[in-house]
Design a protein around this ligand. Structure first.
Ligand SMILES: [Zn+2]
Ligand SMILES: [Zn+2]
Length: 396
């Protein structure tokens, strides 16, 4: 394929590819990224950074001061964890751990941020301080939140934070971002309807929780349709229903559990979903002589890019690959990402880098067993990080 922008010396490039494939071959899941964090810490020390370990168990933070004086400090963040998934690729660097796989490209994210640390340590021509934040457990476990709870921003006070994720199906090395909401809040909820249950032939002798449950499932769709403005977006989906026993279809169950997921892009819409699910569940239960027990669990918040930092991220991307290869107003996605926790606390921006389309071998979507991070974009990703630092901390 064509040489990617931001090309680096062959020796440096080969070292990064070797690191990426080594991490891919040894995937580690939430809070168990011991070997990966050993590699990250060793490399950062080798390149002269101060290294702090142990936040959220396996988190690593490398500190690099610029050659020029400056009070500003920014955090550059990558995730290190793999997924519980059986890899079906056959190449030499496929997973050597059964049932675990780097299927989201966090091996590549870690490598690109390492490459940026090496480059900036070799030429720290910036004013201020960089914190390279390598976090565990992005996938479902909120490693970013745990690092913050354990004092990340007290120990390493950042004025702004940045993150990057690869995007299969987007041409290799292109960038996409938008100011404002980019990824959705991801929440889970459950409603347990309780009645007396009874004999299926004599329902009038008891109360039947399948009635409010059925009405509730239909009514969940009125939240997006009737409570959220058409200009806002919301998704409420039922993913699990549990009641009764398959061997006893003539018994009305005493309990029906309905649970699902909810996605939204703003705190206000998120509040509406939580409130309306509760109102619907409780009122429908009461209407049928039953009770309802409701639980709403806020998992990941919406990921909201700050306008000023997004503009800097766009400028860095344009500097890296040219204006025509940067989409500055991409559509929001309904996926979620725990970097959103950091963006709740600090202004910052999160950008997508294309992992490649079909002909470039980067098209398998993340979280699928044939996915692989595209090594051809490592140098572009490193160049974006370096250009971002020049944008952020360039002026003395
Ligand atoms: Zn993922
Ligand atoms: Zn990911």
């Amino acid at each position: 394929m064509a040489r990617m922008p931001g090309e680096m010396p062959m020796k440096d490039r080969d070292e990064l590819i070797a690191i990426r494939r080594d991490i891919h071959r040894h995937p580690e899941t939430a809070f168990e990224e011991q070997r990966t964090s050993d590699i990250v810490a060793a490399k950062l020390r080798e390149w002269g950074l101060d290294v702090h370990r142990g936040l959220a168990r396996t988190g690593v933070v490398g500190t690099l001061k610029g050659r020029r004086p400056g009070q500003r400090a920014i955090g550059l963040r990558a995730d290190m964890d793999a997924l519980n998934l059986q890899e079906l690729n056959q190449f030499a660097h496929r997973s050597s751990h059964d049932g675990k796989m780097h299927a989201c490209g966090h091996d590549g994210h870690t490598t690109m941020l390492l490459g940026a640390a090496r480059r900036l340590a070799a030429d720290p021509d910036f004013a201020g301080t960089l914190y390279f934040i390598f976090q565990p457990a992005e996938e479902g476990q909120g490693g970013a939140r745990v690092m913050m709870e354990e004092g990340l921003f007290d120990l390493f006070p950042c004025d702004a934070v940045y993150g990057m994720h690869n995007m299969p199906g987007m041409p290799a090395g292109q960038f996409a971002i938008r100011p404002g909401p980019l990824l959705a809040a991801s929440d889970s909820w459950s409603m347990i309807f309780r009645g007396t249950g009874g004999h299926g032939a004599m329902p009038h002798r008891g109360t039947d929780p399948t009635m409010p449950a059925a009405a509730f499932i239909t009514a969940t769709q009125t939240i997006a349709g009737r409570n959220v403005a058409a200009s806002d977006a919301a998704v409420v989906s039922v993913g699990h229903i549990q009641a009764g026993s398959a061997g006893s279809p003539n018994v009305i169950p005493a309990q029906v559990t309905v649970s699902g997921t909810a996605r939204s892009y703003s705190p206000a819409v998120r509040d509406v979903i939580e409130r309306r699910l509760g109102e619907l569940g409780h009122s429908l239960a009461a209407a049928h002589g039953c009770t309802a027990e409701y639980e709403y669990q806020r998992r990941y918040p919406p990921l909201i890019n700050a306008p000023e930092q997004t503009a800097l991220a766009i400028r860095a991307a344009e500097q890296t690959v040219g204006r025509d290869r940067v989409d500055p107003d991409t559509a929001p996605l309904t996926g979620a990402e725990d970097f959103a926790f950091m963006l709740e606390r600090k202004p910052g921006a999160y950008i997508f880098i294309g992992n490649g389309v079909d002909s470039e071998g980067g098209c398998h979507y993340v979280h699928t067993p044939h996915y692989d991070f595209n090594d051809e974009i490592i140098s572009t990703g490193v160049a974006w990080w370096v250009n971002l630092v020049r944008q952020e901390l360039g002026a003395p």
